[in-house]
Design a protein around this ligand. Structure first.
Ligand SMILES: [Zn+2]
Length: 439
């Protein structure tokens, strides 16, 4: 039995993952009628989740078998009409195909948004039902419910359930043994990422663009994690795609193998970084961005931003970015090296918290997440380090409050906007935070 048919057998029990007729267009030429400057989609690769169950070098040894200057775009947390629609239009104007990791409750609230993604030919995976930031310690029964409900909710929005790919991104990238085991048993591929643009933080769209391009240039290829629900992401995306094209990058779409669609032939080493970042001598490592997590422990001190997830959860140990944590464990002195980053990097990658740190112009981030947001207002490095640490300490208690987040995600966009509008002064949030911690 070939691996492709194995997939069908393994996950055939899940009606929502009946993949035989998965709706995905053939690879597009790198042309986009009516949009001569579009970056296009250079090719589509078919991957076998069973052969490569976990990908993304931020957390796993393997990543997608991309060639030099190939990028896979991924968008989390949607759909949310306004910004997701804008992202969708930008991608359409660029003939660029991406992978979207949808939250079940968002899909229930905005099923049209799910159908639009499918109609546009994007790849769709799931991102749990309510987006709890506790997957790293979640008991198996809750893992199963979160995963299964998320799949069911997205499937319910689809006219063709086979349009859902067996791809999953763990909220906050908070991988854990139970979620990995469960998804593995279902033949669902876990997608971490290769690089971020920090678009969940309170930074400008210009900063999102800057981080996306600089981190891409440090890697030359990879899976980029973005959030289509963020206005700053929608604002930055046209420029990001344009700059990628100018710099010779190509967008690649990824679809799952099915019995009728065998995986793209690859060699095992294609799924590994070459050379693996940690095998590079320090002197040869890219100086910027230091946020390529594999290098971070060697190049810059940890800052608050090192300790929060792409969904804003604070992490004190460096989890979930294991590739940072491991070297730290090997070298305890690296845990708290010189907290002052190189000056030239500070403004670009180490936005210091300021008085506006808790402002929340975005619509979907819950108050507790806003506390982790950062601005791009530069501060003196020492102040930045202190402020970063203060934020870190201040969010200690938030890890326990994830049900609040979970409940928030499922609310309608209007409710979220109304709630978000209430959250601006830092002090209010701090008070709320303290009250919560007292509970
Ligand atoms: Zn998320």
């Amino acid at each position: 039995m070939g691996s492709s048919s194995t997939i069908g057998v393994r996950i055939g029990g899940l009606a929502m993952l009946a993949l035989a007729s998965l709706h995905v267009p053939a690879a597009l030429a790198e042309e986009c009628p009516g949009h001569p400057d579009a970056i296009g989609t250079s090719r589509t690769i078919v991957v076998d989740p069973l052969a490569h169950p976990r990908i993304g070098t931020m957390q796993y040894p393997e990543t997608l078998p991309l060639r030099d200057h190939e990028v896979v775009l991924t968008f989390d947390d949607g759909p949310l009409p306004k910004n997701s629609n804008q992202v969708l239009q930008i991608l359409a104007d660029n003939c660029a195909k991406a992978t979207f990791f949808l939250i079940g409750e968002q899909a229930r609230a905005f099923p049209d948004g799910v159908r639009k993604l499918v109609a546009a030919g994007h790849t769709i995976g799931t991102h749990s039902q309510t987006h709890p930031l506790t997957f790293e310690k979640m008991p198996m029964d809750k893992v199963q419910k979160q995963v299964d409900d998320g799949i069911a909710s997205v499937t319910a929005a689809l006219t063709d359930p086979s349009a859902l790919a067996p791809f999953f991104r763990v909220p906050g990238l908070l991988r854990g043994p139970n979620v990995e085991q469960y998804l593995g048993s279902k033949g669902i591929q876990i997608w971490s990422a290769d690089f971020l643009a920090d678009d969940w933080r309170h930074i400008s769209s210009a900063k999102v663009y800057d981080l996306a391009i600089k981190r891409l240039e440090a890697r030359h290829k990879g899976i980029l994690l973005l959030h289509d629900i963020q206005a700053r992401t929608a604002a930055a995306l046209p420029k990001i795609l344009h700059e990628m094209k100018v710099r010779g990058y190509h967008i690649v779409q990824v679809v799952p193998a099915t019995p009728d669609r065998p995986a793209t032939p690859t060699d095992p080493q294609d799924w590994r970084e070459h050379p693996a970042p940690e095998t590079l001598p320090v002197a040869e490592r890219p100086k910027f961005p230091s946020f390529v997590f594999a290098e971070a422990e060697q190049l810059v001190a940890p800052v608050a931003s090192d300790f929060s997830t792409p969904d804003g959860k604070l992490l004190l140990s460096g989890e979930p970015f294991d590739r940072v944590k491991r070297p730290m464990q090997n070298n305890p002195a690296a845990l708290w090296p010189n907290p002052v980053p190189p000056a030239e990097d500070a403004a670009a990658i180490l936005p210091a918290p300021s008085e506006t740190v808790f402002a929340m112009p975005e619509k979907t981030q819950p108050p507790v997440q806003a506390a982790a947001a950062q601005t791009n207002e530069p501060e003196p490095p020492a102040a930045a380090a202190r402020a970063g640490h203060r934020v870190a300490v201040g969010r200690l208690g938030h890890g326990r409050g994830n049900q609040r987040h979970a409940g928030h995600v499922g609310k309608s966009g209007k409710m979220q906007q109304a709630e978000a509008a209430k959250i601006t002064p830092r002090r209010q949030v701090k008070v709320a935070s303290l009250k919560k911690r007292e509970k």
